[in-house]
Write a new protein. Structure first.
Length: 250
């Protein structure tokens, strides 16, 4: 079981299911770690903003870089009009980033390795894009599916392609994050399993375990980078999709 690469993704009930209005609600390890993620983000930001020193300390510097990264992202993609969406983008980036990072520690749970979590976040983003687009532009927002300058003869085909492309956004956005986190953790677990299995064989096995051990270390460093990049990609694509809501004719 210790070398089972799938075991780390299994959901476990931490408390018996509670029946509320005919629905069974369970408190799982996934729900626990989502709560830990929210508490961690809140704690880091509160500590970083607790005292604004003229010469910022480490935690304050991290908070400022965190804020500046998302702020520049929103400004560069959405412009000044996108200020209203900064809290949303910041919250999504922070949740995905901390979820990915927490999942890198042994015996912790990676909530972003479950497709129901990532696709739910992606569906929320895309539904928000539709609501914002229709609220701001009315039915004119649907010009997004009618590219400017397309010949009338092929316009129906192009519009269908644009609609399919838009509907595929929550799938691609959610599956990208889910697939990267799932695959990375499985590969790490496999190499770690090689180290343990070979080390149990004695002297020759320990020598043979050196290569997979170095691979596991290198992959761990790579996974930390991937954890950050996936949060960044999720946030930047959220900004791109929101830009379609604000400027459908672009």
């Amino acid at each position: 079981m210790a070398n089972d690469p799938i075991h780390q993704f299994r959901l476990h009930d931490l408390a018996g299911p509670v029946n509320i209005a005919g629905y069974e609600i369970s408190f799982t390890n996934s729900a626990l770690f989502m709560g830990i993620i929210v508490v961690t983000i809140t704690g880091i930001l509160l500590l970083a903003a607790r005292k604004g020193a003229l010469v910022p300390g480490r935690l304050q510097s991290v908070g400022e870089m965190w804020y500046s990264l998302v702020d520049n992202m929103v400004k560069n993609v959405l412009g000044e009009e996108g200020k209203a969406f900064f809290p949303l983008v910041f919250s999504l980036f922070s949740f995905v980033l901390v979820a990915n990072m927490i999942g890198m520690f042994p015996y912790f749970f990676t909530v972003t390795s479950h497709v129901i979590v990532t696709v739910s976040l992606a569906l929320f983003v895309v539904c928000l894009v539709v609501v914002v687009g229709i609220t701001k532009h009315g039915l004119g927002w649907f010009k997004l599916f009618v590219p400017h300058g397309v010949p009338l003869a092929i316009l129906p085909v192009i519009s269908i392609i644009e609609i399919i492309s838009f509907l595929s956004r929550p799938i691609s956005l959610g599956l990208r994050l889910f697939g990267n986190m799932l695959a990375g953790h499985i590969v790490l677990k496999v190499f770690a399993g090689f180290v343990v299995s070979l080390g149990a064989l004695g002297g020759i096995g320990i020598l043979g375990a050196i290569a997979p051990m170095f691979m596991a270390v290198a992959l761990t460093a790579l996974e930390f980078l991937v954890a950050f990049l996936q949060a960044f990609v999720f946030a930047i694509l959220t900004c791109v999709y929101l830009n379609d809501a604000l400027h459908p004719s672009h």
